[in-house]
Design a protein around this ligand. Structure first.
Ligand SMILES: [Zn+2]
Length: 173
């Protein structure tokens, strides 16, 4: 297992459309474990394979229950697809690829997701609240979409400017 480096916005590789997984082999199982370890190490609520420069449709999602320790339960979804969505919620999101920004994002309140496990077995997850947010956020990554694309243009522009300034300052020191 390994902790993989996470790409940071505005890296263009975050905009790639990830390819469906077709080989359910040892390599896939190893990548899924690395994603899990990388997410827990960060620590984060979810991680998508393109964030570690592997443009494949794989996501991991923190599934810790109220009385459980973080990292105990992580869902791995291969080729996840939202098949049903209902209602609306606004939730403050952040992203391991978007440093120092948290912002309210409007998403579906409940989603049903079809996916496969590392052996190719199909399963269905229905989630609401935080878990529904993470699933939608991570599946967005597979299509090159960041939560930044779902906030106001003004907020996004302010963030870009702030980021440029920080990068300039880092170069000068
Ligand atoms: Zn993210």
């Amino acid at each position: 297992m390994a902790i993989l480096p996470i790409l940071k916005y505005p890296d263009p590789r975050l905009r790639q459309i990830s390819k469906p997984v077709t080989a359910f082999d040892e390599e896939l199982a190893a990548l899924a474990l690395d994603l899990r370890e990388t997410m827990i190490n960060a620590p984060g609520s979810g991680l998508a394979a393109p964030q570690v420069d592997q443009p494949l449709r794989i996501i991991v999602v923190d599934d810790t229950g109220e009385d459980e320790a973080y990292g105990e339960k992580v869902l791995t979804l291969i080729n996840p697809k939202i098949v049903a969505a209902e209602g609306e919620q606004i939730y403050k999101e952040g992203c391991l690829s978007v440093v120092e920004l948290q912002s309210d994002v409007r998403r579906s309140a409940e989603v049903t997701v079809e996916a496969q496990d590392v052996s190719g077995q199909k399963f269905v997850v229905t989630a609401s609240g935080r878990k529904a947010v993470i699933l939608q956020h991570e599946i967005d990554h597979l299509d090159g979409v960041l939560f930044l694309d779902r906030i106001s243009r003004l907020k996004k522009e302010m963030y870009r400017k702030k980021l440029l300034k920080t990068q300039k300052m880092a170069k000068n020191t």
